[in-house]
Design a protein around this ligand. Structure first.
Ligand SMILES: *Cc1c(COP(=O)(O)O)cnc(C)c1O
Length: 412
C-alpha cells in the first residue's frame, strides 16, 4: 500500500503507477531509519566530521548596535561543506541509499548548487551519479558543471522544451522510472510526493536542534523571532523545527522580486497569487493561472525561484504558526551590502532575503529582544549577479569575460 501523508489539505503522493513501488521502498527505508535509535547519532557524527556541524551561532554585534534594537544572532549554515544547508539533506539521503542497497543516484539542478551537493555526496558514498540540467542552465552555470564532472558525475544537458529546470525534472523522472531498481532520486528540497517533504525536513531539523540549544546556552532565553528564506522550504523548516513548541514567532521570507504586483516574483504564500493545486506529485500553493498553467517566476536568487513550496509550510501558513513575508530584490541587495560591511559575512542572495526582512522589522522591536537569522548559504557563488546588480560594469564585464574564458576551456 502506498504510504502517504497530508499536512492540512496539502501534501499527499500523486504518482504515476510505475513509480509507486519505488516510493513505497523509500518510505519504508526512511521509516526504518527513523525508528533506528542509532541512525540519527550516525548522521550527526558524519555531519560533524564531514560538514562542520554543529555550525556556529554568530552574534552580530555591529548590526545589533546599528539598529539599536534587538540582539541579532546568525546561524551559520554557510559553513557547511559545499557552502549551504543543502549538504544536510543530500548526506542524509546518501545514508538511506546505502541502507536500501542502491548504487546510483540522480538529481536535477537549475543553478547547479544541488547538483554539486549531490555529486559530492555520491563521491563520498561511492555511488554513480547523473545530474540532469537544462541545456541553457548548463551554459549559464559552467563553473558548477565543471565541478560536478570533476566529482565524477555525468552531467546530462536536457534539450527539450525551454531547456531549463522543469525540463530537467521531466528528464530525471523518466530516468528514474526506467532505472528505479538501482537508482535513487535525490530531491533537493521539502517538496514533491511523500515521503520527500517529511524526509528532507527531518534531515534539516538538525539546524533547529542545534540553534535552540546554542541560543539557550549563550543567552539563557529564547529568540523572539526566527527568520529564514523560503524557496522550496527546506532551510526554513530546518531552523523553525527547533522552535515549534516555543512562543517564538517564525517568519518565512519569500522572493518578492520586482514587487508583488509586478508579476515578477516567486511569492506563493505571502502574496495573494498562490493558489492550491496539484503538480509534481503533491498538493500545495502554486503560482499558476486559472487553468493550472504554471507561471514564470523571478528572483535575484536562483534558489528561491520556484513555482511550488513545501506542503508543510503551506499548512503552517494556513494555521497561522508561521508568518510569511516577501523581500524585494532591491531590499535584498541592500541587506546583503549591510551584512558584508558590518559583519564581514557574505550571505547567499537567498539567505539575504531573511536578513532583509529582519532589518525591516528590527527598528520596531523591543530593545534586547533576540532575533535569529538563518544564513542558509554563502554568497561566493553570487559574484556575477552582485557585480551586475551594483552596475559596477567594469568589474562585472571583467569577471564575466574571465568566467567565459575559463568556462569555455573547461566545457568543450
Ligand atoms: C537552495 C537554497 C535555498 C532554497 O532552498 P530551501 O529548500 O527553501 O531552503 C536557500 N538558500 C540557499 C543558500 C540555497 O542554496
Amino acid at each position: 500500500m502506498l504510504e502517504t501523508r497530508y499536512y492540512g489539505e496539502f501534501g499527499g503522493a500523486y504518482l504515476p503507477e510505475i513509480l509507486v513501488s519505488t516510493f513505497e521502498e523509500l518510505a519504508a527505508a526512511f521509516r526504518d531509519a527513523r525508528n533506528d535509535a542509532g541512525f540519527w547519532e550516525q548522521y550527526k557524527n558524519m555531519m560533524s566530521t564531514y560538514s562542520c556541524r554543529p555550525t556556529p551561532l554568530t552574534y552580530a554585534e555591529n548590526l545589533s548596535a546599528y539598529f539599536g534594537g534587538p540582539q541579532i544572532y546568525i546561524k551559520r549554515e554557510d559553513l557547511n561543506h559545499t557552502g549551504a544547508h543543502k549538504a544536510n539533506n543530500v548526506m542524509g539521503q546518501g545514508m538511506l541509499v546505502k541502507r536500501m542497497g542502491k548504487r546510483r543516484v540522480i538529481a536535477e539542478t537549475g543553478a547547479g548548487q544541488h547538483g554539486v551537493a549531490t555529486a559530492t555526496m555520491a563521491a563520498k558514498f561511492g555511488l554513480d551519479c547523473a545530474i540532469y540540467m537544462g541545456e541553457l542552465d548548463v551554459a549559464r552555470q559552467r563553473p558548477n558543471v565543471f565541478w560536478m564532472e570533476r566529482l565524477g558525475a555525468t552531467v546530462i544537458p536536457v534539450k527539450d522544451g525551454s531547456r531549463t529546470l522543469k525540463d530537467a525534472i521531466n528528464a530525471a523522472m523518466r530516468d528514474w522510472a526506467a532505472n528505479m531498481d538501482d537508482t535513487h532520486y535525490v530531491l533537493g528540497t521539502a517538496c514533491g510526493a511523500h515521503p520527500y517533504p517529511e524526509m528532507v525536513a527531518y534531515f534539516q531539523s538538525i539546524i533547529g536542534q542545534e540553534a535552540r540549544r546554542q541560543i539557550l546556552h549563550r543567552e539563557g532565553r529564547l529568540p523572539a523571532r526566527v527568520y529564514a528564506c523560503v524557496g522550496g522550504g527546506s532551510n526554513a523548516l530546518g531552523i523553525f523545527s527547533g522552535f515549534y513548541d516555543d512562543p517564538t514567532e517564525l517568519v518565512g521570507v519569500e522572493a518578492g522580486g520586482e514587487g508583488l504586483d509586478s508579476g515578477q516574483h516567486a511569492s506563493r504564500l505571502a502574496s495573494a497569487e498562490g493558489t492550491p493545486g496539484i503538480a509534481q506529485g503533491y498538493k500545495t500553493y502554486f503560482l499558476q493561472n486559472k487553468d493550472g498553467q504554471m507561471q514564470e517566476t523571478h528572483s535575484v536568487a536562483a534558489g528561491l525561484d520556484y513555482v511550488g513550496v513545501s506542503p508543510i509550510l503551506a499548512a503552517m501558513r494556513d494555521d497561522g504558526r508561521i508568518r510569511f513575508e516577501a523581500a524585494m530584490d532591491r531590499e535584498v541587495l541592500d541587506a546583503f551590502t549591510l551584512t558584508m560591511e558590518k559583519e564581514g559575512l557574505i550571505p547567499a542572495l537567498e539567505s539575504a532575503h531573511a536578513f532583509a526582512q529582519a532589518f525591516k522589522e528590527a527598528p520596531d522591536m523591543i530593545p534586547d529582544e533576540i532575533i535569529l537569522i538563518n544564513q542558509s548559504g554563502r554568497g561566493d557563488k553570487d559574484i556575477f549577479t552582485v557585480a551586475d546588480a551594483f552596475s559596477d560594469r567594469q568589474w562585472s564585464r571583467f569577471i564575466i569575460t574571465k568566467a567565459e574564458e575559463y568556462g569555455a576551456k573547461l566545457v568543450s
